[in-house]
Design a protein around this ligand. Structure first.
Ligand SMILES: C[S@@+](CC[C@H](N)C(=O)[O-])C[C@H]1O[C@@H](n2cnc3c(N)ncnc32)[C@H](O)[C@@H]1O
Length: 344
């Protein structure tokens, strides 16, 4: 099958993380892809259709995948000259939807533009408008300094996350990471079906659940019995079968071998007793132990509060940093998402 051009529309507020998540997912699905320069809200790449679909299906902080028909930097006002050069199959039913971000165009222009593009496509390619059950949906994505026209192909896993929101899980704790960020960590760790996946600070099991849904055999570790009971209840609620939960201290990891590891260790925010110094100590001892657990070539992803020197620790323990993305949570907390690969 030949390669095509695609774009993926990111969810807002996550900086560069959606792109790293998508790359993780493309690599986990063993896609042969090449990235193209994107924008703040778009990742663009060339790939085979089946692999592009398989990859978008696992990501959680992007919205959907489109086959790219037009991409241009600058204002959308020059779209029409490119529309006339477009080459599409004739016939069939369709509609056009504008996806504008950051108020790139005034709201009253949205439906005008949808109608104008729709009438050009309908006339040029003999297509019939159908809003109920169209064969094709064309998305015109507009940003302040770029736009793209694409044929909609597939929603991401983000669409299904409502069912796994923390507040509707049987067990809840204030330290839980939202399911979209848990899934992003799983993608950063390039988790595949049949991987042995470890979360050494598993809490209520949010990351374990996301990895299990991808088909990994998951192992969770936490030093609190109450958390492990909660993790079990949450995993069972969503039908997870391939899991093991172990009570233990991640500074002295028990003998477990894992191909992929992802985690959300304590930040010290909820337990003021955990001062920065002991947090550094916890991370140092945990990462030194991890080095013996994860196989060469395996991936490790983690999230931590900005300001801790985690990259040096990883490098010193044989990990190569693959991606680093900051996400601002509020004035006092910026999270860093790191993906790394064990190289020695
Ligand atoms: C931020 S929470 C993890 C939340 C989890 N990602 C979730 O969504 O439920 C960190 C967890 O690490 C556990 N923990 C802290 N220090 C630990 C240690 N040394 N060994 C194992 N678990 C530890 C805490 O009990 C807590 O459940």
């Amino acid at each position: 099958m030949s390669a095509k051009d695609f774009f993926v529309v990111h969810a807002g507020k996550y900086g560069s993380l959606p792109k790293s998540e998508l790359v993780g997912s493309l690599e986990a699905t063993e896609s042969n892809f090449s990235l193209k320069p994107g924008t703040k809200y778009l990742s663009r790449f060339t790939c085979e259709l089946n692999k592009a679909k398989e990859s978008i299906q696992r990501v959680a902080i992007s919205h959907f995948l489109c086959e790219e028909l037009i991409f241009q930097r600058g204002s959308v006002s020059n779209l029409f000259s490119f529309l006339h050069k477009l080459n599409l199959n004739e016939g069939g039913s369709f509609y056009v939807r504008v996806n504008r971000v950051e108020r790139a165009i005034p709201p009253e222009e949205v439906s005008l533009l949808e109608r104008k593009v729709g009438s050009i496509l309908s006339e040029k390619f003999m297509k019939k408008t159908n809003f109920e059950n169209p064969e094709e949906i064309f998305i015109l994505h507009i940003e302040n300094d770029a736009y793209a026209l694409g044929k909609f192909l597939k929603y991401s896993e983000r669409k299904n996350l409502k069912e796994r929101q923390n507040k509707i899980k049987p067990k809840f704790h204030a330290s839980m990471l939202p399911p979209d960020l848990s899934r992003a960590l799983v993608n950063l760790a390039r988790v595949k079906k049949d991987d042995i996946f470890l979360d050494p600070f598993c809490g209520m099991g949010g990351i374990l659940l996301e990895a299990e849904l991808i088909g990994a055999r998951v192992v969770g570790l936490d030093f609190k019995e109450k958390m492990l009971r909660g993790a079990k209840e949450n995993l069972v609620f969503y039908g997870a079968l391939n899991y093991d939960l172990i009570r233990g201290d991640s500074r002295f990891l028990p003998v477990v071998k894992a191909t992929k590891v992802a985690t959300d260790p304590p930040y010290g925010r909820l337990s003021p007793k955990l001062k920065k110094e002991s947090l550094v100590n916890l991370y140092t001892r945990f990462i030194a132990n991890l080095s013996g657990i994860i196989k060469k070539g395996g991936y490790f992803a983690m999230v931590y509060p900005k300001g801790l020197e985690v990259k040096t620790l990883l490098n010193e323990n044989g990990f190569h940093i693959v991606s680093e993305d900051e996400v601002i949570v509020h004035d006092k907390l910026t999270r860093v998402f790191l993906a790394s690969r064990k190289v020695s």
